[in-house]
Design a protein around this ligand. Structure first.
Ligand code: FES
Length: 76
């Protein structure tokens, strides 16, 4: 395959901000927050996970899943 086509087959991100040279996200968590971030690049609510990875794993035999981040509540 020509190099450019080979790169297309290796793309992970096929739908998020494709016009951007890099998809980067900043987010903040407050004490007591919990967020679930997508790592499969298939979520309809990217960068948050919407559970689409489950269907992706069933279809492909992959084993991807989200990053779950939480911040404990501050003690008073
Ligand atoms: S939808 Fe991508 S990790 Fe859940």
């Amino acid at each position: 395959l020509p190099k450019k086509k080979a790169r297309l087959f290796n793309k992970i991100n096929t739908k998020i901000d494709l016009d951007s040279p890099k998809v980067a996200t900043m987010d903040k968590l407050a004490a007591g927050d919990k967020k679930v971030y997508c790592r499969c690049w298939q979520s309809g609510t990217f960068p948050l996970c919407d559970g689409t990875h489950t269907a992706h794993n069933k279809e492909t035999g992959d084993n991807v899943g989200p990053l779950i981040v939480s911040v404990e509540k501050a003690e008073e």
